[in-house]
Write a protein that binds this ligand. Structure first.
Ligand SMILES: Cc1ncc(COP(=O)(O)O)c(C=O)c1O
Length: 436
């Protein structure tokens, strides 16, 4: 309980919900003990307000810092952009350069628009699709942000989004009239998807989904969706905000060779600087001219400068290959260590974005205990891991040594039937809820 936790207590009095992002709430990790604020971060190291140093083996800025914290190549470009003026009455040329670069990497796309965060970029893509088709209904799969078009899905059934990354999202404040304007389907459930298409055929503006998240697509799943949407003139939007640039330069869909009508990037595209891009086929993207989509800060210079520098470094160093190697090492060793300690866990996810769950009656208690044991050893760690170029092999080795100890401790707790003892300590939250 140092300065960081004390500051968080103050924050909760003047900032509703404490933080701006659910996934940065300390309650999501280790209530009362997670070092909520950082003083500085570099590579995969991060210092809290009391000067404690941790190795970040959790999400690296919720997936945004794919190259590691404070990457010098990106930051040097940003410093120059600041010196030249990051904002002006005229536009910055970097946004044209970036559009050219994105269209070169994605030969199926002809045009790009920009925003500065993932959720708003998804809202733009949905707006363009609705404008293009003159239809309202969106079929979607997965998490796509906080905007009305998405939360509207929970108006008809407030559990409808529970299976899509974040459970418990309340649609309070979303106009009730948006009920039945967005309907979810499950990843890899081709039949379920086709049923929804059949029932709503002429009403659908867009199908919105991540091409991959926790599992590889089943054979034919993405291809069927592509074929059906093309046939019915439904806009297919891939959300590569989290999956993008990790498995393949430009996004997982290029690896799978399934090409959408629009694709959205944020987070990993700019290594922690606010930036988002919506790319697409000209015929669809031109509909952005028939609806008002416009914002002052979408024109500043840092975002596109960061994206150009990040993409350049990702390409030059084949970072997706590096992330897969690091993630694979972690997955293999989670499995080995769990077997060593006779611990029942399920490992899932793609190598660069991997996670495990404890297969016991009280998984959240064990997850909290794991985070606490790892924190004591100097790691920010939970049950999921986002690989970054800032993770070096010695960081991985040190981490796995501590996982060995933590798994051993937890296995002992389970064996001796002592889980209840740890339920008295505040347990991490698993989704959205109001906090005191
Ligand atoms: C797939 C996906 N879409 C959209 C978003 C929302 O992005 P942001 O938090 O930048 O608004 C996220 C964020 O986690 C995401 O993972």
């Amino acid at each position: 309980m140092g300065k960081s936790q004390n500051l968080y207590k103050e924050a909760k009095k003047i900032i509703p919900g404490g933080t701006q992002l659910l996934s940065k709430r300390p309650e999501m990790f280790l209530p009362n003990l997670w070092p909520a604020y950082y003083e500085k971060a570099k590579g995969c190291e991060i210092w809290d307000l009391d000067g404690n140093k941790y190795i970040d083996m959790s999400s690296m800025g919720v997936g945004s810092c794919i190259l590691g914290y404070a990457d010098e190549d990106v930051d040097n470009k940003i410093k120059k952009a600041i010196d030249k003026g990051s904002m002006a009455t005229l536009n910055c040329p970097e946004e044209v350069e970036l559009a050219k670069e994105l269209c070169k990497i994605h030969p199926w796309a002809d045009m790009a628009r920009y925003a500065r965060s993932g959720g708003e970029a998804m809202a733009i893509a949905v707006r363009i699709a609705r404008a293009k088709t003159d239809k309202d209904l969106i079929l979607f799969c997965g998490y796509h942000g906080w905007h009305d078009w998405y939360l509207a899905s929970n108006l008809a059934n407030d559990k409808s989004l529970d299976g899509h990354l974040l459970p418990g999202l309340q649609p309070k404040g979303v106009p009730r009239k948006l009920r039945n304007t967005s309907i979810p389907f499950n990843y890899n459930d081709t039949e379920g998807f086709l049923k929804l298409i059949k029932a709503n055929k002429n009403k659908i503006a867009a199908v919105v989904m991540e091409p991959i998240r926790s599992y590889y697509p089943k054979k034919g799943f993405l291809e069927t969706i592509r074929k059906v949407t093309k046939k019915l003139n439904i806009v297919l939007i891939f959300d590569e905000i989290t999956s993008g640039w990790r498995l393949h330069i430009g996004g997982a869909h290029l690896k799978f060779q399934v090409y959408p009508d629009m694709c959205v990037f944020a987070k990993a595209i700019s290594n922690g600087y606010p930036m988002a891009a919506i790319i697409g086929r000209k015929e669809i993207m031109q509909a952005a001219q028939d609806t008002f989509i416009s914002s002052t800060y979408w024109t500043e210079r840092i975002g596109p400068t960061a994206a150009l520098a990040t993409i350049n470094k990702l390409k030059k160093n084949d970072v997706p290959d590096y992330l897969s190697r690091i993630g694979k090492e972690i997955q293999i060793n989670w499995k080995k260590l769990a077997e060593k300690h006779n611990l029942n866990i399920t490992i899932s996810g793609i190598y660069p974005l991997t996670n495990f769950t404890f297969n016991y009656k009280d998984p959240l208690i064990l997850k909290t205990l794991f985070t606490r044991l790892m924190l004591e050893k100097g790691f920010l760690a939970t049950t999921s891991f986002y690989a970054s170029y800032g993770h070096k092999i010695n960081n991985v080795r040190d981490y796995l040594n501590s996982v060995d100890d933590a798994f051993g401790f937890i296995a002992n707790v389970i064996r001796k039937n002592k889980i209840k003892k740890y339920s008295k300590i505040p347990v991490c939250h698993s989704g959205f809820r109001r906090i005191a």
